[in-house]
Design a protein around this ligand. Structure first.
Ligand code: G6P
Length: 364
């Protein structure tokens, strides 16, 4: 089927805007009135460990999910990029599951990692956008992310849909393992169901982020900071920015700032901080203040409460809707994507087909 830009200047812009709709589709599939719609033979009760493997943006989706599996389901998670995993001969417990996340389902390294796991683990699970793909076919269980065709090389809607499927898996794991009551599950399902509406509101920040991005497009280096599950989101924000705007960007765990990257701070280096007002907020803010004390210019992405507390001295603020702590990374993906998009447009790069990159990397 021919996919069109439908009035948008780029596929990436269209795919960012589609997120409330496709997330809604995925929610409808995985969350029903009776509970989670996941295969019953995917039973986490007696599983000792989970291995998550992917490349690129899909790897950052896994990195967020690690926080969910560990905190909700008390399930130890090992995680690696496929190109490392496949060669380091990792020992895998037979009572473990291995999950492979891939938009295309054809990434060579991820496929090789999956083949390595066959016969070694209790089950292999694919989280893919293309149900007919090699990774889907060769896995014991394939879960579609239902994002629809993604054309832009930089992955956007696939990322949020991958997160939704992984969140559903984490909730199932928590239930299976006796770490979540039925009532808690229902509550978390409600939290997931409000996400499309929240994403729509985040998309309304498009013009604000466009203006900020004009300034960002002048930068040589940009730093992204986050804590907890916002840390992998900082990594994803940096990846998006470098992929399509060619500006050097790094994502860092806020608390790790003082162990190196703080040396880079000067008045020319924008620092983008993802910090919803959650239990880790104060810690992140104190790292942010260390940046400002050294003349760094901070773009703080937070919610009303967070901005009330911490806006002073900040270069730019972006006010996000309030969101349940657990699923904030799904919402904060939107400003991360829009910042990269508008910065790239301001720089005049080829947003949908960035130089040297391919949508699907089917060779090693
Ligand atoms: C390429 C794409 C990225 C994508 C990565 C993994 O590098 O440019 O956007 O995240 O491959 O692709 P996959 O299809 O396995 O998710």
């Amino acid at each position: 089927t021919q996919v069109e830009k439908g009035g948008y200047k780029h596929f990436m812009a269209k795919e960012i805007a589609e997120q409330p709709a496709v997330l809604g589709d995925a929610l409808q599939h995985y969350l029903t009135d009776d509970g989670l719609n996941l295969p019953s033979d995917l039973d986490f009760s007696n599983i000792s460990r989970l291995t998550l493997v992917a490349c690129g943006t899909a790897f950052y989706a896994c990195s967020v999910a690690k926080y969910w599996f560990e905190s909700l389901a008390r399930l130890p998670v090992e995680i690696d990029v496929a190109s490392e995993f496949r060669y380091r001969e990792p020992p895998l417990p037979t009572d473990s599951y291995a999950i492979f996340v891939s938009q295309s389902g054809e990434t060579a390294d991820t496929l090789a990692a999956l083949r390595y796991c066959h016969e070694k683990v209790a089950k292999t699970v694919a989280v893919v956008n293309v149900p007919s793909s090699s990774i889907a076919r060769e896995s014991d269980i394939a879960l579609p992310i239902l994002a629809g065709v993604e054309v832009g090389v930089a992955s956007t809607k696939a990322f949020t849909c991958q997160l939704l499927v992984l969140a559903s898996l984490a909730l199932k794991a928590a239930r299976d393992r006796g770490h979540m009551t039925e009532a808690e599950l229902k509550q978390h399902m409600e939290e997931l169901r409000i996400l499309p509406g929240l994403l729509t509101r985040a998309l309304d920040l498009d013009e604000t982020l466009n203006i900020v991005s004009n300034d960002l497009s002048e930068a040589r280096d940009v730093l992204f900071l986050g804590r907890g599950a916002m840390y992998p989101l900082a990594l994803e924000g940096a990846l998006k920015l470098k992929e399509i705007s060619y500006i050097h960007a790094e994502g860092y765990a806020s608390g790790e700032l003082k162990h190196g990257p703080i040396a880079l701070i000067d008045s020319h280096t924008p620092v983008i901080v993802f910090a919803p007002h959650d239990p880790l907020f104060d810690k992140t803010v104190s790292n942010m203040q260390e940046v400002m004390a050294r003349g760094g210019k901070v773009l703080l992405v937070s919610d009303r409460k967070g901005l009330e507390i911490a806006s002073e001295g900040v270069w730019q603020t972006v006010q996000m809707p309030e969101v349940p702590d657990l699923f904030a990374p799904i919402l904060y993906a939107v400003p991360a994507q829009l910042i990269a998009y508008h910065t790239a447009v301001a720089k005049g790069t080829d947003v949908d087909q960035p130089r040297n990159l391919a949508k699907s990397v089917t060779v090693e």
